[in-house]
Design a protein around this ligand. Structure first.
Ligand SMILES: *[C@@H]1O[C@H](CO)[C@@H](O)[C@H](O)[C@H]1NC(C)=O
Length: 342
């Protein structure tokens, strides 16, 4: 395994996690989550996405988009469970406050998913986005502090190309959940979204813009104003990459997956500076989230869709970055009372 500084190190950490040590310039460590049955090889996914840490079960949920799978990685044992959904691509999995059910986006609809129920009955349809646009899909979603769920779509896609300006960002709240409200239109690939720690700013990514943007956020009314650019990644040598999933740390800094860029970018949004770019040994870096018992491991999902497999043997693995000197905050949960009975 070739590490950042060119030294080959390959060792087993514990159970199912294989660790690559990278020593420049910080003391951070990048690891791969390995397959249970074969600890010397990473488990890889065609298109890993939407990692979320569930503190109550100490596990990581994520999806494999085109395989239509939701996966659950149990942190302590490395065991991976899979829930297959045969309704089309699955881009988002999210936690619901006070419920054992999950919120999932399948094609252009949001459903509640019950892990314990087999077959189609596990899915309970909540609402559908972009009606009349059958090739659009929900691409990314996140709850705000009030428990409203914000999710955006992506236009029709062929290979890696997406038709621009066909998608929207929506807001869903329990009182009116069958009628998602358009918050931003048009967008092309609605992606990473996260709120500042004081809840007065929404950071947002429409991937093809190559920008991390910000809005003033009125948390009571749930409204957006004053759109502006925080960082344009094409100014930092990432001309060929697009920003994808994003999370925030306890300092209010942003951590952004760079699709096609093989990098996780650490950005200070107040100074509008890139603090550091963490090189990941896979070019298709899709999303990030903080997890682990102390919320100080950054989980990174990647993909191997449309890649020649021999070019990037680790493409599609789930990585963790440890010892970055940072950690996450408790994520917001979608509020949907009595979700278990819906
Ligand atoms: C809230 O946090 C953002 C991001 O750190 C900052 O730009 C803004 O000034 C803060 N607002 C207040 C009222 O402190």
């Amino acid at each position: 395994m070739k590490t950042m500084n060119g030294v080959y190190i390959f060792m087993c950490l514990f159970c199912y996690v294989t660790k690559i040590s990278a020593t420049l310039p910080n003391l951070f460590k990048i690891s791969m989550v390995s397959s249970e049955t074969n600890p010397t090889r990473p488990a890889t996914y065609a298109h890993g996405e939407s990692p979320i840490w569930d503190p109550s079960t100490q596990s990581l949920y994520f999806v494999d988009v085109h395989q239509q799978n939701v996966h659950r990685l149990e942190y302590a044992t490395g065991r991976i469970q899979t829930k297959h959904i045969s309704y089309g691509q699955v881009n988002v999995v999210a936690l619901i406050a006070g419920s054992k059910r999950l919120l999932v986006a399948v094609r252009s609809a949001l459903y509640l998913l019950d892990w314990e129920i087999t077959g189609d009955a596990a899915l309970r349809l909540l609402t559908t986005f972009d009606q009349g646009m059958p090739d659009n899909v929900i691409n990314e979603g996140r709850a705000d502090a009030e428990g409203r769920f914000w999710a955006g779509t992506k236009g029709p896609q062929t290979g890696d190309d997406v038709v621009p300006d066909k998608a929207s960002l929506y807001r869903v709240e329990q009182e009116s959940f069958t009628q998602p409200r358009v918050m931003l239109r048009p967008v092309s690939i609605s992606n990473g979204l996260v709120w500042s720690l004081n809840n007065s700013v929404l950071y947002y990514i429409d991937s093809p813009t190559q920008k991390i943007e910000a809005f003033d956020f009125d948390s009571v009314r749930g409204e957006l104003t004053a759109r502006r650019t925080i960082v344009d990644i094409s100014n930092y040598g990432y001309e060929d990459a697009i920003p994808d999933g994003m999370t925030i740390d306890y300092k209010g800094h942003l951590w952004i997956a760079l699709m096609f860029g093989g990098t996780v970018l650490h950005v200070d949004p107040d100074t509008r500076q890139v603090v550091y770019g963490y090189k990941i040994p896979a070019s298709r870096v899709t999303s990030v989230c903080w997890g682990g018992p102390n919320l100080d491991e950054l989980f990174v999902t990647t993909g191997r869709d449309r890649l020649e497999s021999t070019l990037e043997p680790l493409a599609g693995a789930i990585f963790t970055i440890r010892d970055t000197g940072s950690r996450g905050v408790q994520p917001n949960l979608f509020k949907f009372d009595n979700a278990d009975l819906y």
